[in-house]
Design a binder for this molecule. Structure first.
Ligand SMILES: [Fe+2]
Ligand SMILES: [Fe+2]
Length: 361
């Protein structure tokens, strides 16, 4: 499978020889290390052929391939917005994503596992699309409506392509003027789509792009409209957008731990976003199960040992490599930083030099 360089991670195996602009770089079957990734980046390699590692852990699912491909297309369009056909191709991917998510093939809880700051906007666009589609399915929408929600979500931040990089990626506080420029991205996106992609969109999609920062209490931007004028599709994308932004690393702050992000999202229900939509969203990402692996804000890795009905997002966690269990609903100083995939667990435990023999994940 061919993947963009930004999604290459240590442990993957190269399935074809790699050449850079100045010649041979890596041999087929090499297991990728961080040094290799740097080398490939330095030589301008954009795509790499990889296959699954010997444990069959990695990414060769149709869903992940679709997700990567869509991110890659969005990234290429951001790099060169004149190439309209590229964004058109990304939009065409949404139908395939709808099919895969409807089949239950999406791994919603780990959506930020591969996102880094530099890729934030493109990865975020696709992740918000997947989260919105999953929420749309929970809310019982048909396939045609899901397609609109998915396209609107994928394109919701497209106006950021017109915001200067030094403002978009500024690591310290924005001035009032800079913030007012950022706040124009919904309108800029609306104009881009109306001018260049009119054939791909309808009013529902345009409304998502234009209104995704509006809030039901009128506190949002640009127009400060309220619940009477913000449709349900837009609110679906808005809550997915907020959640994904919270759990992602940004240039100006680190990702917020999963438990904290859940608390923030809960607090928005009925105030900033329709309460039923927020409840459905929280139910949708409640994929934590007994036995799921988690990284705690304390740095410990553990598995969910018991889930408490009254506080699902603060379960009892058994810590790897010790007999310790922590009841997160009692010890509020610790939360879940992230839900982990089996590959995450392996790399974290390997880096901590834990014995992996006893792991059964
Ligand atoms: Fe936005
Ligand atoms: Fe966004």
């Amino acid at each position: 499978m061919k993947i963009p360089i930004m999604y290459l991670s240590p442990g993957m195996y190269v399935s074809k020889d790699i050449y850079g602009s100045r010649g041979f770089l890596l041999k087929k079957n090499t297991q990728i290390s961080q040094k290799h990734i740097e080398l490939l980046k330095n030589h301008g390699v954009k795509l790499v052929n990889v296959y699954e590692d010997s444990n069959g852990a990695l990414i060769d699912s149709i869903y992940n391939e679709l997700r990567f491909k869509t991110m890659y297309l969005v990234e290429r369009w951001f790099e060169d917005p004149n190439k309209k056909h590229i964004l058109g191709s990304a939009i065409c991917q949404v139908g395939k994503l709808v099919n895969e998510i409807m089949k239950g093939n999406a791994n919603i809880e780990c959506l930020t596992e591969l996102t880094s700051i530099g890729e934030y906007t493109y990865a975020h666009s696709v992740d918000v699309c997947v989260l919105s589609l999953s929420l749309g399915i929970k809310l019982g929408y048909d396939k045609k409506t899901l397609l609109n929600i998915g396209i609107g979500a994928l394109l919701h931040d497209i106006g950021k392509s017109k915001i200067p990089d030094d403002i978009l990626n500024k690591s310290n506080a924005l001035t009032n003027k800079e913030y007012s420029i950022i706040k124009t991205h919904p309108v800029l996106g609306y104009k881009i789509i109306l001018e260049d992609f009119k054939d791909h969109v309808n009013n529902d999609i345009l409304s998502i792009i234009l209104n995704h920062h509006e809030r039901i209490d009128g506190s949002g931007y640009m127009r400060g409209i309220n619940e009477n004028d913000i449709d349900e599709f837009t609110q679906i994308v808005a809550i997915s957008d907020i959640y994904n932004a919270l759990i992602s690393d940004r240039v100006y702050r680190k990702a917020i731990p999963f438990s904290d992000a859940i608390d923030v999202v809960k607090g928005l229900g009925g105030i900033k976003v329709n309460k039923n939509i927020v409840s459905a969203f929280l139910n949708g990402i409640d994929n934590m199960q007994i036995g799921s692996a988690v990284l705690l804000t304390s740095g410990d890795v553990g598995i969910i040992y018991d889930i408490l009905e009254y506080n699902k997002f603060r379960p009892i966690v058994k810590i790897f490599g010790s007999s310790k269990t922590i009841n997160l609903s009692k010890d509020k100083s610790i939360g879940i930083a992230k839900l982990l995939t089996s590959q995450d667990v392996r790399s974290i435990l390997e880096s901590k030099r834990y014995a992996t023999k006893s792991m059964a994940i």
